[in-house]
Design a protein around this ligand. Structure first.
Ligand code: PRP
Ligand code: URA
Length: 209
């Protein structure tokens, strides 16, 4: 069964507060999303396997640990997921990046897929699906289904903020997927926005509306 991890580190929580605030402008919003994504990368990579190697320090020969070369793939959900990619890549720069393009139909709130481009070996990679918002969960559920259809078997989901409804949908549809969050909020409003949330993540990241 997939687990839900809420990363309540003080640095993450402090920055998230400023991300949420209406009067945080596009530049600062973008920088903060990038920083929080980087901090979340520490926790999401906690179980990466290590192997021992022998190295020379200026003082002696010693055994030390290095990553054992597990292949990682990041899959941001366009568009807002793009805002979290660089923060994660800073810590795992060799990761490949695939893209899934989805938007929520504003009337029905159902996701519409318009683009997909993935590394050819996704079946060998640990994939981290990235999206700031897990609201109804429809977008992430469909993105994960798309990856599984193409052979992915090892998937984690990383979001800044989730509503309980989104978490429940992922648990139901993809019980094998662990979810990493900076915050689990109270609810969705009648327009499908997370409450208290941060508003429209894509618009705030890219300065559209
Ligand atoms: C937002 C967000 C998620 C989705 C979450 O994207 O970035 O992808 O909504 O909602 P859901 O859990 O109810 O599916 P949006 O559709 O606004 O597209 P954008 O990233 O292009 O702005
Ligand atoms: N998408 C967003 O960008 N924000 C929400 O609150 C819900 C979906």
């Amino acid at each position: 069964m997939g687990n839900v991890f809420v990363l309540d580190h003080p640095l993450i929580q402090h920055k998230l507060t400023y991300i949420r605030k209406t009067d945080t402008g596009t530049k600062e919003f973008r920088e903060l999303v990038d920083e929080v994504s980087g901090l979340m990368a520490f926790e999401i990579t906690r179980d990466l396997p290590l192997q021992e190697t022998t190295i020379e320090t200026p003082v002696t020969t010693t055994k030390a640990k290095v990553l054992s070369g597990k292949k990682i793939g990041l899959v941001p959900i366009l568009r807002a997921g793009l805002g979290m990619v660089d923060g994660v890549l800073r810590h795992i720069p060799a990761a490949r990046v695939g893209h899934v393009g989805l938007y929520r139909d504003p009337e029905t709130l159902t996701p519409v897929e318009y683009y997909i481009k993935l590394p050819s070996d996704i079946n060998e990679r640990e994939l981290i699906v990235i999206d700031p918002m897990l609201a109804t969960g429809g977008s992430a559920t469909d993105a994960i289904a798309s990856l599984k259809k193409r052979g992915a078997t090892n998937i984690k989901l990383m979001c800044l903020i989730a509503a309980p409804e989104g978490v429940e949908l992922i648990k139901k549809e993809h019980p094998d997927v662990d979810i990493y969050l900076a915050a689990l909020d109270e609810k969705l409003n009648e327009k499908g926005y997370i409450v208290p949330g941060l508003g429209d993540a894509g618009d705030r990241l890219f300065g559209t509306k």
